[in-house]
Design a protein around this ligand. Structure first.
Ligand SMILES: Nc1nc2c(ncn2[C@@H]2O[C@H](COP(=O)(O)OP(=O)(O)O)[C@@H](O)[C@H]2O)c(=O)[nH]1
Ligand SMILES: [Mg+2]
Length: 156
């Protein structure tokens, strides 16, 4: 018998990197150019085979990050390829998460804006190597690599 599992995944990163967009693309297969800002953290649910993912869209205004990350099986640490500062934030978040039991995956979003990119695969590879975690370049807009992120997590 297959036992149904419920896994918590948290998505964190700087404002406007595309956290909500990535989750919406994965859960509903939609994209908005001008979405509402995420003021309060909220959870989305998606069934993947026998596993149900509870995906937390963590607000940048979250006061108690540690409590919201508690019990997470996975943490998606996101940056925006068009803003170098969001790369530095991913590094800081990963340092902060050191010791968390959940699996970490780095995601650099907005790969459809390659002509505007301020970092790319080489930088992501070195970040991923530093923390021993996988990385993906995604586009919530085109859907590129979005399911792959969550699939990699389910297979970890
Ligand atoms: N071109 C492009 N824009 C994106 C992508 N993902 C998100 N955006 C845009 O970036 C802005 C911020 O997205 P949002 O999901 O609200 O970011 P959040 O603050 O991290 O939740 C919005 O205008 C989105 O339409 C992407 O993959 N490509
Ligand atoms: Mg948001």
């Amino acid at each position: 018998m297959i036992t149904p599992k419920i896994w918590k995944v948290c998505v964190i990163g700087d404002k406007s990197v595309g956290k909500t967009s990535l989750i919406r693309r994965f859960v509903y297969d939609t994209f908005e150019d001008d979405p509402e800002e995420t003021i309060e953290s909220r959870a989305f649910r998606k069934k993947c085979g026998s596993t149900t993912l509870i995906i937390w869209d963590v607000s940048v205004y979250e006061e108690n990050i540690r409590s919201i990350l508690a019990g997470a099986k996975g943490i998606i640490v996101m940056g925006d390829l068009t803003r170098r500062s969001t790369y530095d934030t991913m590094d800081k978040i990963a340092e902060f998460l050191n010791g968390h039991k959940g699996k970490m995956i780095f995601v650099a979003n907005k790969s459809d804006l390659k002509y505007k990119a301020e970092f790319w695969k080489d930088e992501m590879r070195s970040l991923a190597n530093k923390f021993g975690a996988p990385y993906f370049l995604t586009s919530a807009k085109t859907g590129e690599n979005v399911t792959e992120v969550f699939r990699a997590f389910l297979e970890m």
